[in-house]
Design a protein around this ligand. Sequence first.
Ligand SMILES: [Zn+2]
Length: 172
Amino acid sequence: MKGHTHIAGGLLFAFLFNVPGYAIPMAVIGSTFPDIDLSFTYYIPPKGVKTTLFNTHRGITHHPAIVVFLFLLWVFLMNKYPQYKFYWDFLYGFWVGYLSHLVLDAMTKKGIPVGLGYYPRFSFKLMKTGGTGEKFVFGLIVVLLIGVIFLKANPQLVENVFSSFKGLIKVS
Ligand SMILES: [Zn+2]
């Protein structure tokens, strides 16, 4: 998955998970953060080097355990120090972005690690990074994003649609 797809995905998740506006930048950071491993690991390890969670792209930074840990940390802080919710919202935003990254990467063939090593890996096997599938997903995310932002900006519209549906049901 490319950076722009992850940023779009992070924004979409931020709106779907009700990340407060001031914490949305953290969702964007979280949505691109796991790929920092590109700067300190092999993209493809040289021959003879065993791939591990710590020397290859999509290793430890792409592990669902991190998502679980961030979530539990947020739950803990919210319960222990609810008066600082404002600060924990930034962690929540980061978590939502991080989650979106792993969900998107899990759609590609390469997948994400789910065990104690580079293997086993989990993948929905829907597309290849940078291929037509990813372009399609990017387009889809942008359309959904525009839709969600529009609906959030017009809560009255959503209510009107619901009540007219109710009206239709009553009439028939
Ligand atoms: Zn990634």
